[in-house]
Design a protein around this ligand. Structure first.
Ligand code: FAD
Length: 406
């Protein structure tokens, strides 16, 4: 039996996140975009949201029961963590996706530490987030010559006694400049391809590890995207995730990079859903306000049809994201479904945001209009976390493998 009804705790998370987004996030959204940054004092308030997003908890001071609701189990005793995260994330992205990407916490760096790190490493690297103040993790895979082609990374790692020496350059790293630590993927030998990959945690302040430029982007401008430089960075053995023996099996470093996507792609998909929903609702309200009293005019019917189609697409994308998140919670392999959700949601959201601009006409292009910003913000969703083309490669490989008669 499939049940789409939110539990009372999930409904509380959704309502809390929506109210926060509406009253706190939206009001700073356009200015943060213009300034390419979110004010620090605002970031501190976000710490509360990070806690909620990570464990699905509604803080008691906001009327929730506290106690880590996201860790609560469904009827079969399985975690609902991914589902909770998606429900809150859509609401926050509805407010401003840059704000969500700037939430303090391990970010994309979390999954490799979680899945590949030893218990000591998990304890060590996650403990920083319990300290007061703003703390970030980051995920450093992309290089100037290797984005989609992950096997092509050139950042090198060389063993030196009980240390490793890292050299290379990473680009487009979300929160890379402010992170307490970054998971850096490097290779012992590029000719080994994926088997040569290793995952290190490189801590801020390590000599030779420096910030390059902060990228200037078309959209998501308030989210920090940084270039990181590694020049003879000396890393202790203890920072090689999983320890050396872990990599003897073959492609474990590459797998550490890829496993992140099983939970992050449904999340990225639902962020696109949040932006698309925001754009759709904005356009819907515009049509209602400007044209409903003149229903007889042909343009009303055409615009209403566009809205009807967009509403259908937004809801379909959300269901795909929820399915992939549910599979992650169940421990069912979901690489195909995660890619489907992400690829579909990104394309859908680009259409819905473009429709919103179109419906507003010239007003949709004004810089003080949210739809202009959402139209710019949404493009990156078809690029990061694997481009649309790469998602289609992942999906097609799996459907052909799964269906010999396809
Ligand atoms: C805002 C932002 C945040 C980011 N955050 C992070 C982060 O935190 N950490 C991180 O490591 N990276 C991050 N990235 C980088 C992002 O993951 C890469 O941009 C993405 O993987 C694409 O790589 P690329 O830009 O090098 O494009 P390329 O890989 O060079 O792709 C260029 C074009 O070629 C196509 N293409 C490439 N290979 C194939 C193929 N085999 N078949 C068909 N078409 C193909 C692509 O689809 C694309 O259209 C971020 C990027 C942005 C913009």
């Amino acid at each position: 039996m499939i049940d789409f009804q939110l539990t009372s705790t999930q409904a509380q998370v959704k309502e809390f996140a929506h109210q926060f987004s509406k009253t706190v996030v939206r009001p700073i959204s356009l200015e943060a975009d213009r300034n390419h940054r979110i004010p620090d004092e605002f970031m501190l308030r976000l710490s509360q949201m990070r806690q909620m997003m990570t464990v699905g908890e509604v803080p008691a001071e906001y009327g929730g029961e506290g106690g880590g609701a996201g860790e609560s189990k469904d009827k079969k005793g399985k975690t609902q963590k991914n589902r909770f995260a998606l429900i809150g994330a859509e609401e926050l992205a509805w407010g401003d996706a840059s704000v969500l990407l700037s939430l303090p916490g391990p970010g994309l760096g979390g999954p490799p530490v979680q899945f590949t790190g030893t218990p000591e490493q998990r304890q060590r690297f996650f403990s920083v987030f319990k300290e007061p103040g703003l703390h970030y993790g980051a995920y450093g895979l992309t290089e100037p010559g290797a984005g989609s082609d992950v096997a092509g990374i050139r950042t090198s790692c060389r063993k030196d006694g009980k240390h490793w020496i890292l050299n290379g350059r990473k680009c487009f790293i979300t929160n890379g400049g402010r992170a307490d630590w970054v998971v850096i993927f490097a290779t012992v030998d590029p000719s080994q391809g994926r088997a040569g990959h290793r995952a290190f945690v490189v801590e801020k302040g390590t000599p030779g590890f420096s910030l390059g430029k902060i990228e200037e982007k078309m959209g998501l401008r308030a989210s920090e995207t940084a270039e990181l430089v590694l020049e003879d960075v000396r890393i202790p053995d203890e920072n090689l995730l999983g320890g050396e023996a872990h990599y003897a099996r073959g492609k474990e470093g590459f797998m550490a990079a890829m496993k992140t996507f099983d939970s992050s792609r449904p999340m990225v998909g639902v962020l696109a859903v949040g932006i698309a929903r925001a754009a759709y609702e904005h356009a819907r309200d515009f049509v209602r306000e400007h044209y409903q009293l003149a229903r007889a005019i042909p343009r009303y019917a055409v615009l209403a049809q566009t809205l009807a189609e967009d509403k259908r697409l937004v809801d379909a994308a959300r269901l795909m994201c929820w399915r992939a998140a549910w599979m992650a919670d169940e421990g069912v392999p979901n690489a195909k479904e995660a890619s489907m959700a992400k690829a579909y949601a990104a394309k859908m959201a680009m259409k819905v945001c473009a429709d919103a601009v179109q419906i507003l006409g010239a007003h949709g292009l004004e810089q003080q209009q949210f739809v202009e910003k959402w139209y710019r913000d949404i493009k990156v969703f078809d690029i990061f976390e694997g481009t649309g083309q790469i998602q289609r490669i992942v999906i097609s490989k799996r459907i052909l493998r799964e269906s010999p008669n396809f």
